[in-house]
Ligand binder design. Structure first.
Ligand SMILES: *Cc1c(COP(=O)(O)O)cnc(C)c1O
Length: 387
């Protein structure tokens, strides 16, 4: 296929300095808690930012945690020789060949994975993270089965080292109920693993950020697994904002106004005439829609979803279309055709000192979380990486 230079104005800008700063922020939190190492979690193609786009910003991490082999392969192909882990381990016996070839560490969460390992032919024993189901009931061995799985693994010639891993279900919840769950799951992990050899990995972003805080007597383990915070999302929004945590926006999704309409009271906007003006308005049509990954759910927000136009705050109107959405320009008389629109991130994508429209705020207005918005940015959106 020959490539043309698309001039449709939508663009995702990755801010390497923000990635570096967020990684440093996580490191500060983990240092307070006894100097844990940090996995940069780059599953879902680095939460939609692109493994290749983010690598330079995240290479200060101690390792990369991936979901699938494509991501692991991308990390290795960029010359990373340090630890790379598969967060859900092998999905088939064949994956272990790739683990051997690329020297990947991998999670073991079920008996089938141990069977595959026992049948795997390799001269290089592998490092594995045995996963405890401490209460989330998604992956992992129940406490009663954990020690038998550990014994099975340590007896295998294919295994070099076994570490312990669990995932907290409520680390982002600062309420009494959330803190209670956290300490139950931590105690479950402690009781099950404390007399077994091996490093540990417990905390996600929310747990890692809370490490520096007073409540809870749990630990993040030797390896913290940081995802959303590296990309500038607050894991516990709205209890805390990214700004509260000292996190910076790592992605700006921007576009431009491609049409302006003047409408009168009673006129409607977009599909289903879902927005009806009650006074004279100026409407801007933005080159961004749900096929770009913008949440169509935003259509349901009764007061629209916040948007910046020329750095000024306004809102979406009516339904989000596949390729377009409408914004209110009534109070922005100097904005119009060609004006820059920020869907989230910086008012000026080239200036990381410019105002930020928080992705958490956009997500909340669209009844979702920043994670989903980041991951959903579509393949048709061009990316640029900013030093
Ligand atoms: C996604 C994931 C993480 C990272 O979670 P964040 O909330 O984004 O920090 C950590 N551990 C596991 C097992 C995960 O799947």
């Amino acid at each position: 296929m020959t490539s043309v230079d698309n001039s449709r104005p939508i663009l995702a800008t990755i801010h390497l300095d923000a990635l570096r700063s967020n990684l440093a922020r996580i490191k500060t939190a983990t240092t307070l808690a006894g100097d844990a190492k940090v996995w940069a979690v780059v599953k879902a193609n680095a939460y939609g930012h692109g493994v290749r786009h983010t690598f330079e910003g995240l290479r200060g991490a101690d390792g990369f945690a991936c979901l699938d082999l494509t991501e692991a392969e991308a990390i290795r192909s960029m010359g990373w020789r340090g630890p790379v882990m598969l967060l859900e381990g092998a999905f088939s016996a064949r994956d272990l060949e790739t683990c051997s070839r690329l020297n990947l560490w991998h999670v073991i969460h079920c008996e089938q994975q141990i069977d595959w390992l026992a049948a795997h032919k390799t001269n290089e024993p592998q490092r594995v993270f045995l996963k405890l189901n401490s209460g989330m009931n998604r992956l992992g061995f129940k406490p009663a089965q954990y020690r038998a799985a550990y014994a099975r693994l340590t007896a295998l010639s294919q295994v070099a080292e076994v570490s312990h891993l669990t995932h907290f279900s409520d680390a982002d919840n600062d309420s009494f109920a959330g803190i209670t769950k956290m300490s139950q799951q931590w105690q479950c992990f402690q009781a099950t693993t404390q007399d077994l050899d091996g490093e540990s990995s417990l905390a996600n972003s929310a747990a890692a950020l809370h490490l520096g805080r007073p409540h809870g007597d749990w630990s993040g383990g030797d390896w913290v697994r940081a995802g959303v915070a590296l990309y500038g999302g607050a894991p516990d929004y709205p209890a805390q904002t990214a700004g509260d945590w000292g996190l910076r926006s790592a992605m700006t999704l921007s576009s431009r106004i491609v049409s302006v309409q003047e409408i009168a009271a009673g006129d409607a906007v977009g599909y289903g005439s879902a927005f009806v003006a009650d006074h004279t308005m100026r409407i801007g049509t933005v080159a961004c829609g749900y096929a770009d990954g913008y949440p169509r759910h935003a259509s349901l927000a009764s007061h629209g979803v916040p948007v910046f136009v020329d750095g000024q705050r306004t809102r979406t109107l009516g339904r989000i279309s596949m390729d377009m959405l409408a914004v209110d320009l009534t109070t922005l008389p100097s904005s119009g055709f060609g004006s820059r629109v920020t869907l989230w991130g910086h008012a000026d994508p080239l200036d990381t000192k410019s105002a930020v429209l928080s992705i958490d705020e956009v997500a909340a207005a669209a009844a979702t979380i920043s994670y989903e918005l980041m991951c959903a940015v579509a393949a048709r959106v061009p990316f640029v990486v900013m030093e």
